[in-house]
Design a binder for this molecule. Structure first.
Ligand SMILES: *[C@@H]1O[C@H](CO)[C@@H](O)[C@H](O)[C@H]1NC(C)=O
Ligand SMILES: [Zn+2]
Ligand SMILES: [Zn+2]
Length: 278
């Protein structure tokens, strides 16, 4: 909800004419309560998760039917049956609606408290890009450690195993995980905006990113790592990064550990405990 009744009042408050985007934002958001603006996150997430992986999924299914190779896949030999796409999509959409949605709606007081703004002026493209870059770094760092913790025996067996059902990730499988994992991974995503508050439109952009499989196409450093992580399977104690790979580099989890000729047992390498995982 904007505190201006008319576009003229808004321009007076901003101290200049509105840009095209600001005029559109004014028309759209002037009479919508902030809480409702925040709630937009849920349909946006669902829409992005539905549409973004579609082109690559259709490409894969079509080439698969014609027995053509899949050049864009990191593990071209692995072919998912159409039922796997559907199962994956339905399961993640259900988690989005039944778990992520309610938590998003209930987290509004936190969004208020950290100072997410809805008014004018809109942030510039540069400001938005800088904020998203910070959020990516924060999320990558915290996400790395959460992922590492998820590979300890208890957490792996009860939560993270679901995400590892797919040994060769595809678009729809990227966010496919136990509902608890999807909720837990919301914290690193929220940590960035809590540290560096932004505009509501940046929140929309930012929270859709984890469900945007372009993060998992072979442009980012992390995709090969992550594919390798799935390829190795649940007992993998390496390549935990999702977007950047600096954490794996810093903590040495991009290399196989050989400590003074003394080979470390699997399950003990994550430094959190021991035991074997499947
Ligand atoms: C991590 O992934 C890379 C591929 O990006 C692979 O070459 C490397 O061996 C992996 N590291 C471990 C320890 O599995
Ligand atoms: Zn994992
Ligand atoms: Zn994964």
């Amino acid at each position: 909800m904007l505190p201006y009744a008319t576009a003229a009042e808004a321009e007076a408050a901003v101290g200049r004419g509105m840009t095209w985007a600001e005029a559109a934002w004014f028309r759209y958001s002037a009479s919508i309560p902030d809480y409702c603006l925040y709630c937009h996150n849920v349909p946006i997430l669902l829409l992005v998760y539905t549409l973004a992986p579609l082109p690559l999924a259709l490409l894969e299914l079509r080439r698969r039917r014609r027995h053509l190779p899949l050049p864009h896949k990191l593990q071209p030999g692995v072919r998912h049956p159409p039922a796997a796409f559907l199962r994956c999509y339905a399961a993640t959409a259900r988690v989005l609606l039944l778990a992520v949605g309610p938590v998003q709606l209930a987290s509004y007081p936190a969004v208020r408290a950290v100072g997410i703004r809805t008014g004018l002026p809109l942030p510039s493209a540069g400001e938005t890009a800088a904020q998203v870059a910070v959020y990516l770094l924060v999320e990558d760092y915290l996400g790395y450690w959460i992922h590492r913790l998820l590979h300890t025996p208890w957490a792996y067996h009860h939560i993270h195993r679901v995400h590892h059902e797919f040994t060769a990730p595809m678009g729809y499988a990227a966010p496919y995980a136990h509902w608890a994992e999807i909720l837990i991974l919301g914290f690193p995503a929220f940590a960035g905006p809590a540290i560096v508050p932004c505009h509501m439109t940046t929140i929309w952009l930012w929270f859709k990113l984890p469900f945007d499989p372009t993060k998992y196409i072979p442009l980012y450093g992390g995709v090969e790592y992550h594919d390798y992580h799935h390829f190795v399977g649940g007992h993998s104690q390496s390549n935990f990064s999702s977007v950047f790979t600096f954490c794996d580099y810093i903590y040495g989890t991009d290399r196989l550990k050989e400590m003074a000729g003394n080979h470390v047992e699997k399950g003990d390498e994550n430094g959190f405990g021991n035991g074997k995982q499947d």
